[in-house]
Design a protein around this ligand. Sequence first.
Ligand SMILES: NC(=O)c1ccc[n+]([C@@H]2O[C@H](COP(=O)([O-])OP(=O)(O)OC[C@H]3O[C@@H](n4cnc5c(N)ncnc54)[C@H](OP(=O)(O)O)[C@@H]3O)[C@@H](O)[C@H]2O)c1
Length: 351
Amino acid sequence: MATTIRKAVISSFSTDPSLSNVAVVSAPLPAPGKKEIQVRVLYAGFSGADVNMARGTYPMQRKAPLTSGYSLVGVVAALGANADASRSPIGSYVAAVTTYDAQAELVNVAQRLLCPVPPELTGSDSLLRQVAALSLDWATAYGMVEHTARVQAGQKVFIHGLSGAVGKGLMSLCLLRGATVYGTASVRNHASLEAAGATKVFDYRNKDWIAALRATGGVNAVFDPLGFESWDESFSVLGETGILVGYGGNQAALSADKKPRSPWPWIAKLVTRSLLPLGGRRTSFYFIKPGSAGWQADMAALMGLLREGRITVPIKAVWDLDTEGLREAHRSWGSMPGMGSLLIRVAGESA
Ligand SMILES: NC(=O)c1ccc[n+]([C@@H]2O[C@H](COP(=O)([O-])OP(=O)(O)OC[C@H]3O[C@@H](n4cnc5c(N)ncnc54)[C@H](OP(=O)(O)O)[C@@H]3O)[C@@H](O)[C@H]2O)c1
């Protein structure tokens, strides 16, 4: 039986600052499919992916209209006929990367995409918010640090957007590994990032970091969510055996004119660099693999670190699931003060 829910809708692709293409509407949700779980969403993630999806520039995205919401933490509300009740009991807490549809009161999710959240992490709203941010932002950071770059103690890394959602995760995980961290952020965030362990933070409005890093002999890994020309600059600061890991195309949305650009030629260039004779230098584009065994294992590792108090996930802002809240999230992404992950509160506690 269908249920009426409130959900976010991107009705068309547009760069119009009025954001009239973004709204929260009431709409029917069917009962979960055979292998689906219906989840009551507490918090959904908000990220550069949502902004790029509303602009129509997210790689391989759905056509409009679509419901945004890349990740969630929530509670199992109903099971499809062939879903495994022992894996997702009604009332249990789950996290997921759904790519779409999480900014909604209820969502039907393929069971394989869900990861159980242990009871030790469900006791407070603060912990649930952190788990919501782990599922996409920090799982992406963990995958790049542990599996793609394989950061080791004593290595030097450079992280664009240290203050960002994924950037903050990258910084904490590289520091846990014993690496020396350099990166970029707004000047207003430099002191707290350096107090938290970054060796040197640069202003992204100039290119001073390029000469400074070359002067150190280059770095072992660069993590770059900006894409486009930024990947050429990032490649230029690699040491002889360094790796450049690209994972987004934020540069267009963050530029002054915000003109939409296709990321594809630049992704192709990044990936083909690894096919050329580069000496020891490598390149990679990282994609999170929602629900995969690797993602499940990474989430288990991250939730373990959170439980042990070895990581704390900063939450920069939380907006309510209503049209004004959602438009404000789109409007202020990339320019608001603070550091860390962004969330949409669907049914979690008020701040
Ligand atoms: N490939 C994957 O699997 C995957 C998974 C998750 C996310 N992503 C991608 O990762 C990217 C990161 O997104 P996010 O949501 O975590 O964003 P974010 O990093 O939180 O974005 C904001 C960051 O950008 C910085 N910034 C603002 N203006 C800038 C400018 N003009 N130049 C350089 N940096 C600037 C901000 O610094 P200040 O706040 O200090 O000003 C802040 O650190 C997105 O493109 C998303 O699609 C990819």
